[in-house]
Design a protein. Structure first.
Length: 427
């Protein structure tokens, strides 16, 4: 017993030294104020005081960790360890706190100590979001390998076990079902792939999200983005993460801020290519031209002149970027340069960028030019390619020149049919 007390005392000294170093960090106040979206409270046993036993300190550490106060949760778990309370789990939770603070060296050190005390939950090591900052480090993968050989078991850390296992098994079952059926339903592959990514089942997530990309075609930008996140977290092929990230941007994924803040991509943030892709994302985002100074109609030569200049310049060096052609067409259309806009949208179609929407926009351009035959031809093409006309046909003023033509009724009927099928599906 005395040997164990000496060992925990030594660990506590080491922990105090680590926290002392962190206290000198300029990022301390930021880390200490973090909050989680789904804060959970642990009930502390009646009668526990601030000098309580291991149960009290473990519960206190859990409460602090769940509320995002990682710097305070670590000493609480250390107190629990001093009492010898659930040592493997307690040391694991200390490692999680350091990982959340992005202190990789201390996180890996305390994971080693958790394994030395019998922690062998490889499922948590692979799936726990607390450890995402470590996944690109080869030493972390080695620790997972070590854990697989441990025989001793401990109660699941932070009670993550049963519900996590149920969700994981459900996702795996759905994944296997789609494989057996040789499913071509891109949306279902995307849903299960994204779920597997959340569960940190990276190998299956790669298969599912790749299938989603294959079957969703031009609609696969979100699947590409999640595939990039999967490879970034997996850590062994960063070049594939960057490849899919760039493809997602070119396919239309439009959230430049998410790039910089998404913890799934943390392992890529310091690379020059990531910064290039982030700049590309900002360039290709039309939202940068949605200024508050323009009221009323979207038509404005002044508003869209900078966009036209930007994308014409960009396309001189990147002539095969379908998204840039689409953006140029959009800016030209709302500058009332419809002939040029039609040419740009047709180029986007050739490059397979959002073909149904690009076809519809060509139809709008011809309608604005009062070239009715061409407008109806392209409306027909857009519907045939899968464009859901029901949300546009009655309210889009670009089509006003067509409304008195008898042929317009056909498309109004199509819109009604689409609405009927959608309502039936939603019931």
């Amino acid at each position: 017993m005395r040997g164990n007390l000496k060992r925990w005392a030594l660990l506590f000294v080491l922990l105090s030294m680590a926290l002392s170093v962190r206290a000198q960090s300029p990022n301390l106040s930021q880390c200490a104020s973090l909050q989680t979206a789904s804060e959970q409270r642990t009930k502390i046993k009646a009668g526990a005081t601030e000098t309580g036993d291991g149960t009290y300190w473990f519960s206190r550490g859990y409460e602090l960790h769940q509320s995002g106060r990682y710097l305070q949760s670590i000493p609480a778990f250390a107190h629990a360890a001093e009492f010898g309370y659930r040592p493997a789990t307690t040391l694991y939770n200390i490692a999680c706190g350091f990982a959340r603070l992005n202190d990789k060296e201390n996180a890996l050190t305390w994971l080693e100590r958790a394994l030395a005390n019998g922690f062998n939950r490889t499922d948590l090591l692979r799936s726990d979001a607390d450890l995402d900052s470590l996944r690109a480090d080869p030493r972390f993968q080695q620790l997972i390998g070590k854990a697989a050989f441990l025989k001793r078991e401990d109660k699941p850390a932070k009670d993550k076990g049963d519900k996590h296992s149920d969700r994981a098994q459900e996702a795996v079952n759905r994944f296997e079902e789609l494989r057996r059926e040789s499913s071509t339903d891109g949306q279902q592959w995307y849903k299960v792939g994204s779920r597997l990514l959340q569960l940190r089942d990276f190998d299956r997530a790669v298969i599912a999200l790749t299938a989603a990309v294959d079957h969703l075609g031009y609609r696969g930008s979100s699947a590409m983005y999640n595939l990039a996140c999967t490879y970034a977290l997996k850590g062994d092929q960063p070049e594939l993460a960057l490849k899919w990230l760039e493809r997602s941007v070119n396919a239309g994924f439009d959230d430049a801020d998410k790039f910089q803040n998404d913890a799934d991509l943390a392992s890529l943030h310091g690379t020059p290519r990531f910064q290039e892709i982030a700049r590309l994302s900002r360039t290709l985002s039309l939202s940068q031209f949605n200024g508050d100074s323009f009221d009323g109609s979207n038509y404005s030569k002044q508003r869209w002149a900078p966009a036209i200049e930007l994308y014409e310049t960009f396309l001189r060096s990147q002539p095969n970027n379908g998204r840039a052609w689409f953006n140029l067409g959009y800016a030209l259309h709302y500058s009332r340069r419809h002939t040029k806009a039609i040419e740009a949208f047709e180029r986007a179609i050739q490059l397979d960028y959002r073909p149904p929407t690009s076809m519809y926009n060509v139809a709008c351009g011809y309608a604005m030019l009062d070239r009715r035959d061409a407008a109806f031809e392209w409306l027909d093409k857009s519907v045939g390619a899968g464009f859901e006309i029901s949300g546009y046909i009655n309210g889009d003023h670009d089509l006003d020149n067509l409304r008195t033509d008898a042929r317009f009724g056909k498309f109004a009927d199509m819109a009604s049919d689409q609405n009927w099928h959608k309502e039936k599906k939603d019931k």
